[in-house]
Design a protein around this ligand. Structure first.
Ligand SMILES: [Mn+2]
Length: 271
């Protein structure tokens, strides 16, 4: 049974005792095709209670990590205000030495996260796992659409790496940001803090149909575990998990998969 109010599995520590903080940002202002990510944070929390808190891959348990769930940011205001509050929260949490998991929301929330990480830590590199290049300068007049998030991130940080992309609008194909899974070690630095942005549509829609913009082909669940395993050697300070669309997840298996990925990411990166 999930506790009421709803929180992520085993996230029962007060903030000051927690090493890892979960924060929901149910913002859905930047979608381009169909909706749902506003419902994602609580769908992921709910689904997490169907899972074990133990990972046999790393033989660690969430209970021993110390996780706090801060609930959701208030998104009933302008997008810029939401970004600003997210940025401020991220700065405070990272300065306090916490590691942060942000449950989106559409992919635009990554911008607030990375701005905050830069405010707290200076230079930050970003690894984006995404089916889409998201490199448009604007989409239907909106520079902060989820279709533009990697373009905006590329303007912020020195090092942006995109893995899993298979949807391009043409000219973006020759941009320098794309990498294969196996190229991650040579593209990222082990020195600089790293923000991980996990757009769940990077997964094959056959195993993860519940997203706003499904794209055929894609990574497997095992591929993502390989990424988490690899990133143990890097200074990952936080991650966002975005674009789950519960209305297109009638079996609920996408929400469960998202929750499982959050558990495995926490235990691989910070367990
Ligand atoms: Mn995407």
């Amino acid at each position: 049974m999930a506790p009421s109010p709803l929180r992520f599995l085993s996230a029962d520590r007060p903030l000051r005792e927690a090493r890892v903080v979960v924060l929901g940002v149910p913002l859905e202002r930047g979608v381009s095709f169909r909706g749902g990510p506003a419902l994602a944070p609580n769908a992921i929390r709910q689904a997490s209670w169907s899972l074990e808190s133990f990972s046999h891959h790393v033989r660690k348990d969430l209970v021993d990590v110390g996780v706090c769930d801060l609930g959701d940011l208030d998104v009933e205001r302008s997008r810029e205000e939401v970004f600003r509050e997210l940025e401020g929260s991220m700065q405070r949490l990272l300065r306090a030495g916490k590691r942060v998991v942000v449950l989106g929301g559409d992919h635009s929330v990554s911008l607030g996260c990375v701005r905050g990480a830069m405010g707290a830590l200076g230079k930050v590199q970003v690894l984006v796992l995404d089916a889409h290049s998201d490199l448009r300068d604007e989409y239907l007049g909106d520079r902060f659409s989820h279709a533009c998030v990697s373009r905006r991130l590329s303007e912020l940080v020195d090092r942006l790496v995109i893995v899993g992309a298979r949807s391009f609008f043409g000219p973006d194909l020759d941009e320098p940001f794309f990498a294969e899974l196996g190229e991650i070690p040579k593209k990222l630095s082990r020195e600089a803090p790293l923000w991980l942005s996990l757009d769940l549509d990077v997964l094959d829609p056959g195993i993860f149909p519940g997203v706003t913009n499904p794209e055929p082909g894609g990574l497997s669940y095992g591929d993502l575990l390989d990424v988490f395993r690899l990133l143990r050697g890097y200074g990952v300070v936080g991650m966002d998990v975005v674009e789950l669309a519960p209305p297109f997840d009638p079996s609920g298996v996408s929400a469960v998969t998202a929750a499982k990925l959050v558990i495995e990411a926490i235990l691989h990166l910070w367990g």
